[in-house]
Write a protein that binds this ligand. Structure first.
Ligand SMILES: [Zn+2]
Length: 151
């Protein structure tokens, strides 16, 4: 078997942050690492799931909405993948990401897509978990001016 590229990154040395992991044609994959790997600190499912609903909706309503290909959680529960067309600069992605995190933190109302028609597990959503998760991640990336690089 060929080892997939993301397994070649040494996860024991990774810190929280935002990294570019792959470029496939015009699609750039950003790894949004909310938690430092293998520390036992994980996003529980409700936090992961609600953050997915909220950030996906805000990304798809942002100024780069037409260039967002995919947003979804990492199976290891330590972050998310965001795939954006290369017509958007990494600096712009970072700026929009910060803006979307603030929008989640300031949001009051129903979680987006919280119904049996719209979601496969709609009872497993809690806005406060998403706010806490996005607030913690914003404090990690708010000082960054550009994307971090994997060593
Ligand atoms: Zn859902």
């Amino acid at each position: 078997m060929n080892t997939i590229k993301s397994f070649l990154v040494d996860h024991t040395k990774l810190k929280e942050g935002i990294y570019i992991s792959r470029i496939d044609g015009d699609c750039v994959t950003y790894d949004l690492r909310f938690c430092r790997p293998n520390t036992g600190i994980l996003l529980d499912n409700a936090a992961l799931h609600t953050t997915e609903h909220m950030l996906a909706t805000f990304f798809r309503n942002s100024e780069i909405s037409g260039s967002v290909v995919y947003f979804g959680p990492m199976g290891c529960q330590t972050g998310f993948y965001l795939i954006v067309r290369d017509s958007v600069s990494p600096e712009k992605v970072l700026e929009v990401l910060k803006d979307c995190l603030v929008k989640v933190m300031e949001y009051e109302g129903e979680v987006f897509g919280a119904s049996a028609e719209e979601c496969g597990n709609y009872r497993n959503l809690d806005l406060n978990f998403a706010k806490r998760t996005c607030g913690a991640y914003l404090s990690v990336i708010e000082g960054l001016e550009n994307i971090m690089e994997y060593e």
